[in-house]
Write a protein of this length. Structure first.
Ligand SMILES: Cc1cc2nc3c(=O)[nH]c(=O)nc-3n(C[C@H](O)[C@H](O)[C@H](O)COP(=O)(O)OP(=O)(O)OC[C@H]3O[C@@H](n4cnc5c(N)ncnc54)[C@H](O)[C@@H]3O)c2cc1C
Length: 454
């Protein structure tokens, strides 16, 4: 154990058994063995660890739950200290009079949701990983989820951040007011920065009243493009559902083989549409959704009660693991396109899949144009694996040509590094790197993520 006086009292380990647990994230994009793992219990401890790393020429990799899909919390450099927020999991304050919650970054998303629900409050950003991922990770990746279609993403809720900068100083950015126009809004820089600028140690977020009622509809389509078209037609009928999830036929098939849930197999695509608000209002909205879908050949069923609704969501959340029944390896992209390009995107992806003889399974948050595109391959078959990897660039070219973006929620990390230049132009990239260099001149905070060399 290498330690020093300035780290006194801080839980930190260099034992192999500890290090190995922090070498991966959910992307399995890369792996590494860090120099050490630290479990700070306060901002002061985080500050001392960061200052130590800065003095010793070590790197800091902040880590929530490691559910990231881009390798952003992977310690790919051997001189990294993993800064794990597992011991900073408290809700500090729920303030119903200001409609805010203040918490430590290691708090798990679904635990927060449950605590708020007891008070009839609601925090909408709900990544499908909500039962494991942390709010610190959600802020650092600007996480979204099914509810983003109506309620927006993490960024839309963050009011104040306390953070430790790469020189060890502790700063407070933003504040507890809903409005604020005093200088640059620096907290926005940290949101979605994938831990490359600072370690977030405290978060204050807005909360909303828990919606009065929810209606859940499952719409079945025999035509893929009609399902895509239904998404934009529902929106243009002036209905903004709280969720509008898309599941293609191959995902349903894989799911039914893995964990039969009763979803209608043999169908081209499903939309899981959920409306929330006043019972009379959502009843009218549900009728509009049924009409729009029927005009496109969709057949709608209503989840009769909470148990039926929970079963549908359980099925939706089980899709990702189910896909391994199709092929042993998944190259997962989370592209986003304008809503009116969803149908074109889905049909072009289907064509790419057929042309290249590689299954491409699509599902995800179609309501905001964010589709999880899964290229399924056997990675033991070198030729097939290379063909699968070759598809990534073609998919990004397609998405960019339709006015979309490489990532709606997972970020760049290390997994998408080779492609970021396809979207971010040279001048804008220089600006981003200048910001990084200004805040982190020694490049100690999660180096190599987003930009590679800086
Ligand atoms: C099954 C599954 C479903 C998913 N569904 C969604 C989804 O619907 N929507 C979505 O957006 N994402 C989704 N994800 C991706 C992932 O859950 C999110 O990116 C999540 O926000 C990561 O949180 P985490 O706590 O696991 O962070 P980690 O994976 O540990 O870290 C992610 C990034 O945040 C940084 N970070 C973590 N904590 C801090 C901190 N306190 N200060 C500074 N930086 C920090 C890390 O350095 C890293 O760059 C899914 C992942 C899985 C496995």
């Amino acid at each position: 154990m290498k330690n020093s006086d300035c780290l006194k009292g801080i839980e930190i380990s260099n034992e192999y058994e500890d290090l190995i647990c922090y070498g991966f994230d959910a992307s399995i994009a890369d792996s590494g063995l860090p120099w050490g793992v630290a479990w700070p219990k306060s901002a002061d401890e985080v500050s001392r660890i960061v200052a130590y790393a800065s003095d010793q020429g070590l790197r800091i990799v902040p880590r929530g739950a490691g559910t990231g899909m881009a390798g952003a919390s992977v310690p790919h450099l051997a001189d990294s200290i993993i800064l794990s927020f597992e011991k900073m999991r408290k809700v500090i304050e729920i303030n119903p009079d200001n409609m805010t919650v203040t918490l430590e970054p290691g708090m798990i998303n679904s635990r927060l949701q449950r605590e708020l629900q007891r008070l009839d409050l609601f925090y909408p950003p709900d990544p499908a990983s909500l039962s494991i991922c942390t709010l610190g990770g959600n802020v650092a990746t600007n996480a979204g989820g099914p509810c983003a279609v109506k309620y927006g993403v993490t960024r839309d809720y963050v009011l104040e951040l306390e953070a430790v900068l790469p020189d060890g100083s502790i700063v407070t950015l933003g504040g507890k007011t809903y409005k604020r126009v005093v200088g640059y809004d620096l907290k926005q820089l940290l949101i979605g920065a994938e831990g490359t600028l600072a370690a977030i140690t405290k978060i204050t977020m807005k909360v909303l009243p828990l919606p009065e009622d929810v209606i859940t509809l499952l719409v079945q389509f025999n035509d893929l493009s009609a399902a895509g078209e239904a998404v934009s037609k529902i929106i243009s009928a002036k209905v903004i559902p709280r969720t509008m999830e898309f599941i293609d036929g191959s995902a349903i098939k894989a799911l039914e083989q893995y964990k039969p849930t009763g979803l209608p197999s043999g169908t081209a695509a499903l939309l899981l549409v959920e409306l929330d608000g006043h019972p009379a209002t959502i009843q009218k909205e549900a009728e509009k959704v049924v009409q729009v879908c029927r005009a496109l050949g969709g057949e709608t069923a209503v989840a009769g009660d909470k148990a039926a609704r929970d079963k549908l969501w359980e099925a939706r959340r089980a899709i990702s693991p189910a896909l391994y029944h199709l092929k042993p390896f998944k190259i997962n992209e989370d592209i986003v396109v304008p809503r009116d390009q969803i149908a074109a995107t889905l049909t072009s992806l289907r064509a790419l899949s057929l042309e290249n003889d590689i299954p491409i399974v699509c599902f995800g948050h179609a309501g905001d144009g964010n589709i999880h595109v899964n290229i399924m391959v056997d990675n033991a078959d070198k030729e097939e694996y290379a063909r699968g990897l070759g598809l990534i660039k073609k998919i990004f070219e397609l998405v960019l040509s339709l006015g979309g973006s490489l990532s709606g929620e997972h970020g760049i990390g290390i997994a998408k590094l080779p492609y970021i230049d396809m979207e971010i132009k040279e001048r804008e990239m220089r600006l981003m790197k200048d910001v990084k260099r200004l805040i982190d001149p020694k490049n100690i905070m999660n180096p190599g993520k987003i930009f590679g060399a800086c």
